[in-house]
Design a protein around this ligand. Structure first.
Ligand SMILES: Nc1ncnc2c1ncn2[C@@H]1O[C@H](COP(=O)(O)OP(=O)(O)O)[C@@H](O)[C@H]1O
Ligand SMILES: O=C(O)C1=C[C@@H](OP(=O)(O)O)[C@@H](O)[C@H](O)C1
Ligand SMILES: [Mg+2]
Length: 186
C-alpha cells in the first residue's frame, strides 16, 4: 500500500476554511489504506452540538479547548489522515501533537475559498457582513503558522481533489523525516 512508506505516520491536513482538508483527506485516506477523521466531526459527535452551536453557546475559547482535546486523542493513534479545522494552528500546544505526524498545508487562493464557502453557513467565523474580507484577514494572521507545515501544497483553482491527492502522494517521499539510524558499532 502507498501508505507503507509512511510506516503508520499520521497525516495532518491544515489550511484555511474551504481549502479542501475534509474532501481531499477522505480521498487521501482511501489511497493510503488509512482511516480518515475530521476533527470538527469528532467534536460534533463528542459534544452532541454543531460547531456553530458551540461557538454560540460556549464561545470560541471553549471550542479551541475542545479542539485541542480531540487532537490529542486522535494523535494517540496511527495510520490516520486527519482533516483539522482551519484554526488548529493557533494554539502552540496543538503543534506538539501535529509534529508527531506529517503536516500538509493545503494552500488555496482566497478567491477560490470564498467561491466555495459563500453559500455555506456552517462556519461561524464567516457569518459576517464581508466574509471575503474575513477570509483575507484570517489568512494574513495565520499564513506564517500554516507555513510551518512539512509540506506546502499550492493549489490551483481548477485542481480536483484527485489531482491534489496525486501531488501530495508524489511529494511525501521528499519530505519524510529521515529515520535516526542507531550509531554504527565502531
Ligand atoms: N479541489 C476542489 N475543487 C473544488 N471544490 C472543492 C475542492 N475541494 C473541496 N471543495 C469544496 O469546497 C468546500 C469546502 O471543502 P472542505 O473539504 O469542507 O474544506 P475544509 O475542510 O478545508 O474546510 C466543499 O463544498 C467542497 O466540496
Ligand atoms: O478556521 C477556523 O478557525 C475554523 C475552521 C472550521 O473548520 P474547517 O477549516 O474545516 O472549515 C472549524 O474548525 C471552525 O469553524 C473554525
Ligand atoms: Mg473541514
Amino acid at each position: 500500500m502507498p501508505g507503507d512508506r509512511l510506516e503508520g505516520l499520521n497525516l495532518y491536513l491544515i489550511g484555511m476554511m474551504g481549502a479542501g482538508k475534509t474532501t481531499v483527506g477522505q480521498e487521501l485516506a482511501t489511497r493510503l489504506g488509512y482511516r480518515f477523521f475530521d476533527s470538527d466531526m469528532v467534536i460534533e459527535q463528542s459534544t452532541g452540538q454543531s460547531i456553530t452551536e458551540i461557538f454560540a453557546t460556549s464561545g470560541e475559547a471553549a471550542f479551541r479547548q475542545i479542539e485541542s482535546q480531540v487532537l490529542a486523542e486522535l494523535a494517540s493513534y496511527t495510520r490516520l489522515v486527519i482533516a483539522t479545522g482551519g484554526g488548529i494552528v493557533l494554539q502552540q500546544m496543538n503543534w506538539s501533537y501535529l509534529r508527531h505526524g506529517l503536516i500538509v498545508w493545503l494552500d488555496v487562493p482566497v478567491d477560490a475559498l470564498y467561491d466555495r464557502l459563500k453559500t455555506d453557513s456552517s462556519r461561524p467565523l464567516l457569518q459576517q457582513a464581508d466574509p471575503k474580507h474575513t477570509l483575507e484577514t484570517l489568512l494574513n494572521q495565520r499564513q506564517s503558522l500554516y507555513a510551518q507545515a512539512d509540506l506546502h501544497v499550492r493549489i490551483g483553482v481548477r485542481e480536483t481533489p484527485e489531482q491534489i491527492c496525486d501531488r501530495i502522494l508524489q511529494s511525501i517521499p521528499g519530505v519524510l523525516k529521515p529515520k535516526l539510524e542507531p550509531p554504527s558499532e565502531e
